[in-house]
Structures are given as C-alpha cells and as structure tokens.
Design a protein around this ligand. Sequence first.
Ligand SMILES: Cc1ncc(COP(=O)(O)O)c(C=O)c1O
Length: 443
Amino acid sequence: MTEKQNKEEIRKEINSLIEKYYALEHKPDRFVAGQSIVHYAGRVFDEKEMQAASGAILDFWLTYGKESQAFERELADYLGRKHVVLVNSGSSANLLAISALVSEDFKDRLSPGDEVVTPALTFPTTLAPIIQNGLVPLFLDVECGTYLMDVNLIEKAISKKTKAVFIPHTLGNVGDMDALAALCEKHGLHLIEDTCDALGSTYKGKKAGSFGLISTFSFYPAHHITLGEGGAVATDNGKLRKIIASLRDWGRDCFCKPESPLNGECNKRFEQSWGDLPKGYDHKYVYTHIGYNLKALDVQAAIGREQLKKLPDFTDKRKTNFRRIYDALTPYLDYLILPKAGENADPSWFTFIISVKPNKYFTREILVNYLKENKIETRMLFSGNILKQPAYRNIDCRVYGTLDNTDFVMENTFFVGVFPNLTAEIMDYMIHTFQKFFEQTIN
Ligand SMILES: Cc1ncc(COP(=O)(O)O)c(C=O)c1O
C-alpha cells in the first residue's frame, strides 16, 4: 500500500467511527411531550458535518484555506452573487459591510455624519457598525405583522444627508425589494441587506441577499445553516470585495491565496511602490486600511459546505412547520397578530413570530409563561426598540415619525421555533399546547 492509500484508509476508518459515534451520541432523543424541551432554534447536523470537520482537522491548515475558498464559491453560486467573503460572525459581516462603505478606496463612499436608514426594531450589531463608523442612524418604525419598514415611509424620511439604507430581513421576511431598489436608485442611496435571518428566503424567486450592493449573513447555530460561529459578506462589486477582504485581513493590501506564498498572485510581491514605504516593500505587509482580523477557521468552512448541501431541505422543512402553526393559530386572530410575508416574498422563516393583541383575557407574559411551563422555548424580537436599550440611549441619531409599532412589539411580541429539528410530532405538541391555552383562557 502506498503512503497515499494508507492515509485514505485511515481517513475512511475515522469517518466510519464518526458515523458510529454520531449515532450513539447525537441521534435525536425520543420526544416526550411535556418533558422534552421544544427549542426555538439549534444546530441541525449529522455525521457528515462531523466527518467534514475531522477532515479539515486532519489537513490541519487551520486558518483560511481550501475549505474556506470552496465555501465562498459555493455560497456565491447559491446566492447568484459574484463574490463572498467568509468571516467569523454575522456581526463581523455587518461591521465589514459598513466599514467598506466609508473606505477611501470606495469611490461613492459615505462621510462622517451621513445618515443610514435602519429600523429601530433591530439586532444590536446591525446598528452598531453604523455608529462605530461615525455615521448617523435614521430610525424608522416597522409594520406589525411584517415587522419591516414601509418603503413609502423611507422616502418621506430621507434628507440630503441620507446616503444608505441598511435593512434587516427580519426573521426571514422580505419586503418590497423592487420598490426599495427603485427608491435607492432614484435618491442615490446604497442598499445593504442584513440577511442573517433570511438565508433561503426569496422575493419574486430571487434570493434574499442578492439585491443590495452588499449583503451579510450569519452562521450562528440558531440560523438557517451553521458553522458554529461564522458569517459572510456578499457583493457583485469586485472593488468592494477587495476592500472587505482587506478590512477582514488586518487591513493589508495583499490578496494572495494561501497557495501562492512565494511571489503572490499578482507576481509583484517585492516590486511595487507605496508612498513612503521603501521601494519593493513586501506586499504582504502593506496596509491600505485600518483593519481587523475577522477570519474564520477552515474547519468552520468545511462544516458549512455540508450545511449548504442541506439548505434546500432545511428551507422546505421551515416552510412546512411555519404553515402548520400558521393554520393552527388562524382561529385566534381576534387575539393574535400572525406573521405576514411581504408581497411577492416567499420567506424561509427564522421563527414563528406572534404579537398578542390587547385583550381582556391574557397578555404576552401570561402566554409565554404558559408555553415555558409546557417546556416550549420562546424569545423576544431581539432588542425591541433599541433606543430603550442601556447602551443606545444617548446615541447621535434621527428618528422620523413615531416608533409606536416598535414599542408595541417590545411589549407584546415573541416567537417560537420552526427549525428543521422540530418534527411533525413536536409541532403537533406545540400546536396542541397553544390550543389548550386558548381553551383554558378564553371563555
Ligand atoms: C438580524 C441579525 N443580524 C446580525 C446578527 C449577528 O450575527 P452573529 O451572531 O453571527 O454575530 C444576528 C444574530 O442573530 C441577527 O439576527
């Protein structure tokens, strides 16, 4: 046996042991109604992800390498985008997207004090990079049901200082992207999509995350696919891709792939001139941005590649689970606001979002506690009105109109899960629990 065959045999053996181990350790436990916890989200994986991870560990490249490059290519193909940059979280992806917009290398760059439209109902690290880059958030309210901003309201709110719109596709929902794109075109605004909750959602058949100048993704375990931690930035603009990769990689100018360490892809590693730097200074140590290190590990990308293969099946399961709870809760529309997809959108819902209408029988607190007693996990819609969060109370911002719906959501809204691990049996239990609540509470 050659050395190569020997190594392949060892890998096969390891993979077969992993398969056995997965079956012993990770196969889902039998669901026991009322005892097993019904999670709102979580990792969905089998031995394939574990084998891919172990393969990357045996390669032991560790940092950005062949798995990362393959994942970037495969995600770009899935989205129909030219470029994807893999990073270590969705928050990092958002930071890079906004930081790229203020880069001196970006010809339509934003300047300090420019406004960025974004909802006050948000995730903290959708907003944080706007502030961190010296820009001013222009906050708008959302609609109850869709939990998205109304495009007409955006048009009314913008001023000469408004230069970009940063929309989260909240909980997987997608708004009127045609109207938004037309508005951005008309007023010269950059459109950035936070697609962290919406991988697999579509608008008129086109993927969420393929509309904006830049879009971002998160692969935290709660999301549609997971790499443990992880995120990505997508764009069709080659210049922006280079800026984003530079900001991710310490701010360096060099864009060489790891396989071309000696003279670099440009073949001019020691032949360029850079301002005051000594002539021919090593391109690997030329810094054209004040950057970060936000790289992911190759093992994360290896896991992600297996997850991507399963994404169409995950998407179907989310939609089926969503439809089941939606139908079961329709009789209670006097008491609940059920989620409403944007027009022409086909969301792959992150979760099932419910607002409790003011009524004489129960409040959100009562319903959420009932679900908790019955072992069903719930969550609130992220920060609620972020201006009420301690860290954000005194930020420099502009609010257009009221934030009445945002405040309503903060008081009355919560969500339960629809993720693929929720089997038909678990969904039956969840639906039955809601029904029992209404039987006992409404009379
Ligand atoms: C809309 C949105 N944006 C950004 C993030 C941040 O992603 P990460 O947890 O990967 O940093 C999240 C996280 O859940 C999110 O829901």
